[in-house]
Design a protein around this ligand. Structure first.
Ligand code: ADP
Length: 486
């Protein structure tokens, strides 16, 4: 009997394969980076063939590291970078050009023509270069031959999980509902491709994958191992954090922050600058929805202090340096380097450090950068409370910055609720493994997974309500200084 579950975590910079046992503990892993292809300013591409080859290699590598063979795996789940567009030839299986990555802004000129209310109503998403639809349109508009083939179903479109499932299973063209919900082509009410949206973006239905749940057996690979889950990376992290109940929320801290709140089986339409998205769907069960808020620059502000200002040797030095002062002494740092994302959506915003006097030092600025990571999360969490009508009682956290205990304490202080970090930091891969394991009966129910979650550390809020209000008032004033910059 197979005692393990595998997870492919196909991310923006690398691909990894992780193997977990029944208790959710890691048994082995292997990871490979892939090239970031940057043809012009604002353009980011990946070579889908390279990503598939890396996927094969990391599966083999992780199995070898763990001393296992493929048939020791009860199932494999996939978590993936979302929105990134791959087109490939149905007959040869070769990618048609490079994949266009979610960060790519080449389609910005299409946005003014899009009807924001139609898109929001049907997809839960505003017009943005971020989602897949404009990227697919751009690729089809580039080459009439590709469009002609796409209309006949000879050129296929998929996000990364589709491309991997196609290759793993030998030609099944499938996506899952969480990934489909980020294409801006799926209707959130029907959970199917929407003819009105296909018409708006001029995308032929024949090139689209079939939309399936996030956890069911799609097919088999590696001599019979079920491919039994696919789920967007942020949704996978929510799942890996066992945020199964409405009101549960997680924040992943990396270059930027991604906050997701489980809102249960009804989609909550945001009026406060958040995205409405599918959190996951199990087989035939009702889909579970989430509100999502992404913050563009958090860890990248720490990188900026290190690389551009040179006041830190390493990202982790931010903790030691910031701890040498009691607070930021009135300094606010809004790292709006590339505008502000949720909940402001102000591409015109530019970063600012305000409140400086001769007295201030690199330590105050660094502490203000850590506070900025937390205030930006707070702004998203506040918008979620307004949209959903319920306040958070604890935030589950993961990602690189959660190693910074000072930052996590500030997060609890600024939010006014506890912050909890799980023992298994790899929540994205774990979420994909959990989904695949549930789909195949490796785990029998969600309670079993909840019992697997062990808290590594918890930070309790220590600020008074007055101090919190004072901090958020100053932060809001600083945000205002970054807007309409000329
Ligand atoms: P990603 O998956 O987005 O690449 P990671 O989870 O690896 O991100 O986190 C990397 C980001 O976190 C970097 O921007 C880095 O500056 C920041 N970071 C990493 N460790 C720390 C730390 N101890 N304190 C503050 N920031 C950190």
């Amino acid at each position: 009997m197979a005692d393990f579950v595998g997870a492919i975590d196909q991310g923006t910079t690398s691909t990894r394969f992780m193997i977990f046992d029944r208790s959710g503990a890691e048994i082995g892993r292997h990871q490979l980076e892939h090239r970031q292809i940057l043809p012009a300013a604002g353009q980011v591409e990946h070579d889908a063939r390279e990503i598939w080859e890396n996927t094969r290699k990391v599966i083999d590598g992780a199995l070898a590291n763990a001393g296992l063979v493929a048939t020791d795996l009860a199932a494999i789940g996939i978590a993936n970078q979302r929105e990134t567009v791959v087109l490939w030839d149905r007959v040869t299986g070769e990618p048609v050009g490079n994949a266009i990555v979610w960060q790519d802004t080449r389609t910005a000129s299409m946005l003014p023509e899009l009807d924001a209310s139609v898109l929001r109503e049907r997809t839960g998403l505003p017009p943005a270069t971020y989602f897949s639809a404009t990227k697919v349109k751009w690729l089809l508009d580039q080459d009439p031959e590709i469009r002609r083939k796409a209309e006949k179903g000879d050129v296929k479109f998929g996000t990364m999980e589709s491309w991997l499932i196609w290759n793993l299973t030998g030609g099944l063209h499938i996506t899952d509902v969480t990934n489909a919900s980020r294409t801006q082509l799926m209707n959130l009410s029907t959970l199917d491709w929407d003819p009105v949206l296909l018409d708006i973006f001029d995308i032929p239905a024949a090139m689209l994958p079939e939309i399936r749940s996030s956890a069911e057996i799609y097919g088999t690979a590696l001599g019979g191992v079920p491919i039994a889950a696919a789920i967007g990376d942020q949704q996978a992290a929510l799942f890996g954090q066992t945020c199964f109940d409405p009101g549960d929320a997680k924040c992943t801290y990396g270059t930027g922050n991604f906050v997701l709140l489980n809102t249960g089986t009804t989609p909550v339409r945001s009026t406060h600058g958040l995205l409405t998205t599918v959190a996951y769907r199990f087989g035939d069960e009702a889909p579970v929805f989430a509100l999502e808020g992404s913050v563009a620059a958090t860890g990248s502000a720490i990188q900026w202090l290190r690389d551009q200002l040179g006041i830190l040797e390493s990202a982790s030095d931010s903790e030691t340096l910031a701890a040498t002062v009691e607070d930021s002494a009135g300094v606010c740092f809004v790292p709006a380097f590339s505008g502000l994302f949720a909940p402001y959506w102000r591409p015109d915003a530019r970063a600012a450090i305000v409140g400086l006097s001769r007295f201030h030092t690199a330590a105050h600025i660094t502490r203000a950068a850590l506070e900025a990571i937390c205030y930006q999360t707070r702004d998203v969490v506040a918008a979620m409370a307004q949209d959903s009508g319920t306040a958070l009682d604890c935030l589950q956290v993961d990602g690189g910055i959660t190693a910074n205990a000072l930052c996590m304490q500030l997060q609890a202080d600024i939010l006014g609720v506890p912050v909890s970090r799980p023992a298994v930091a790899e929540t994205t891969a774990l979420g994909a493994a959990y989904a695949a394991g549930l789909a195949t009966g490796f785990w029998t129910n969600r309670d079993e997974l909840r019992a697997n979650r062990h808290e590594d550390r918890r930070w309790e809020p220590s600020w008074t309500a007055e101090r919190r209000t004072e901090g958020t008032t100053r932060w809001s004033a600083a945000i205002n200084r970054t807007l309409d910059w000329v």
